[in-house]
Design a protein around this ligand. Structure first.
Ligand code: NAD
Ligand code: 6OD
Length: 503
């Protein structure tokens, strides 16, 4: 296979990013002892990036033991200020090696560099910065109570780190979603063992170099690569010395991990799948609604958990909205990550491409009108082995059609008209999922009224994926358990002890 052009973008002597992934255990990079692994394949053209080692029980045991030992070492004795100063250095370290992270993320995922440079990599650093601020300003609750002798008692809450946290992360926003968990876990004094997605091993590995460069104590941040079932993911989440499991990924995988977490009654924090709706009212600013829906349906090739796959549009503007959405989607040019003209990248894998194309076929079988797309775009020879699919828009499907009810996780959406606000709310909520919604209206009263009715963890009004990291993030219904972000992360990453002092 040929070398991917990203590797040639700058001389390798100037790029210190690794191409072969490695476990990072107790401050050391290692290939582990299993001798097993797989080739990491670039989604853009099928070229081989490097090798990924598969961790087994021995690697997981070693990583968990290192993480447990680090809790009793210098890390466990640091003051909050010492700890957060170090994590501020981690954020600065990501910024310093911005190009290495960017290159590694785009090799693994194939996403446009323009996207990763604005979202994924800056958020990797921001996730550490923000939680250092949270950790430094934790307040505690305190209750005075009367007692029969009149002297009274004082209750106050102590918060301790939960301990060793297993972080299981997905492939769609690898650095962003992994650091969204590692940032608060470490800021609040825990240690972590990360099992990144098998599709995207590079940025988690690279972060190990940053951790060593800034002098993070050994064993605080560990990475073991591997698959899920019967591999590192399952071994890690079943490990008796793991004190909590935080997971982002598919709802079905969450069910499996919940069963694994039941051994020893370990708490879980889950960010899961979605089938998110956008509600576009006739009183919206149409330019903004179209632009926002283009981003929410097609960014990252539709591989965003918060993405919109169901669009409900008030009937008087339905035809105009569909025509403009189509024009915008048609302008998204597929191409290489490093090409500034690229508007859409490939899907993560051949397997995922097959899944999305099967949904495209099923939409037609179930009676969709294909407004645009529905297949594989013609690509030049050097990109022919990439996992390309066309941005796709459907109308005319029944409310119970597979593409209207099931998460596809591809660049596609179904657009359906509605006549009343009540109907729009009912349609949006008619799903077992409850992650996100977007409401497009210029009426303040309607915006508040509809947002209040949305059965979701996050409702955007006249925007999408506008993130203030202090806010609660997570899913309702089958889209998750718990909330992370700002002080909400304290719930999962710390354990409260109440102290009751009789005065
Ligand atoms: P996935 O569930 O297939 O895999 C996620 C991770 O879980 C991977 O690291 C995988 O190896 C691991 N895993 C799989 N089985 C396991 C097991 N039995 N035990 C332990 N680990 C196991 O998800 P994915 O395909 O990587 O990501 C896409 C999915 O993630 C979509 O459903 C998307 O909606 C969801 N997602 C949700 C959010 C959110 O914030 N709610 C964010 C991003 C992605
Ligand atoms: O912005 C975040 O913190 C977050 N967890 C985003 C999730 C995106 C899902 O693909």
């Amino acid at each position: 296979m040929s070398v991917h052009p990203l590797l040639e973008r700058r001389p390798l002597s100037q790029s210190s990013a690794r191409r072969d992934a490695a476990h990072f255990i107790d401050g050391e990079f290692t290939q582990g002892a299993t001798g097993m692994g797989w080739d990491n394949i670039c989604p853009v053209d099928g070229s081989r990036i490097g090798r990924v080692p598969e961790g087994g029980r021995a690697e997981v045991d070693a990583a968990v033991a290192a993480a447990a030992a680090a809790l009793d070492g210098p890390w466990g004795r640091m003051t909050v200020t010492e700890r957060t100063d170090l994590l501020a250095e981690v954020a600065a370290g990501i910024d310093r090696r911005f190009d290495d992270f960017l290159e590694a993320e785009c090799l693994d995922t194939g996403k446009p560099m323009s996207l990763a440079a604005h979202i994924d990599i800056p958020r990797g650093a921001a996730n550490f910065k923000m939680f250092t601020d949270v950790a430094k300003t934790i307040a505690t609750e305190c209750f005075q109570m009367p007692t029969p002798d009149g002297a009274g008692a004082l209750n106050y809450a102590l918060r301790r780190p939960r301990g060793v946290i297993a972080v299981i992360s997905p492939w769609n926003l690898p650095l962003l979603l992994m650091t969204w968990k590692v940032g608060p876990a470490l800021a609040l004094g825990n240690t972590v063992v990360v099992k990144p997605s098998e599709e995207t091993p590079l940025t988690a590995t690279l972060l190990g170099e940053v951790m060593n460069a800034v002098g993070l104590p050994r064993g605080v941040y560990n990475v073991v690569h591997g698959l899920g079932p019967q591999s590192a993911g399952e071994f890690l989440t079943q490990h008796p010395r793991v004190n909590g499991i935080t997971f982002t990924g598919e709802t079905r995988t969450g069910e499996a991990i919940m069963r694994q977490a039941a051994h020893g009654i370990r708490p879980v924090s889950f960010e899961l799948g979605g089938k998110n709706a956008a509600l576009v009212f006739a009183d919206c600013d149409l330019d903004k609604a179209v632009e926002g829906t283009l981003r929410s349906a097609f960014s990252n090739c539709g591989q965003v958990c918060l993405g919109t796959e169901r669009v409900y549009v008030e009937r008087p503007i339905f035809d105009a909205f569909v025509a403009r959405l189509k024009a915008g989607a048609a302008a998204l040019r597929p191409g290489r990550p490093e090409d500034p003209a690229t508007g859409i990248g490939p899907l993560i894998s051949k397997e995922h491409q097959d899944k999305v194309l099967a949904y495209y076929a099923r939409a037609v079988e179930q009676g969709a009108t294909v407004v645009m797309g529905g297949g594989v775009p013609p690509m030049p020879d050097d990109l022919a082995n990439g996992n390309w699919v066309e941005p796709t828009i459907w109308t005319g499907l029944a409310d119970d059609a597979d593409c209207v009810t099931q998460e596809i996780f591809g660049p596609c959406c179904h657009v359906r008209p509605f006549d009343t606000e009540e109907e729009a709310v009912r349609l949006a909520n008619a799903t077992p999922y409850g992650l996100a919604a977007a409401v497009w209206t210029e009426s303040l009263a309607r915006a508040h009224r509809v947002a209040e009715c949305m059965e979701v963890g996050i409702c955007w009004v006249n925007s999408w994926f506008l993130r203030d990291l202090r806010t609660a993030f997570g899913g309702a219904k089958a889209s998750g358990i718990g909330r992370e972000g700002g002080v909400h992360s304290l719930e999962f990453y710390t354990e409260i002890s109440n102290v009751c002092v009789k005065l």
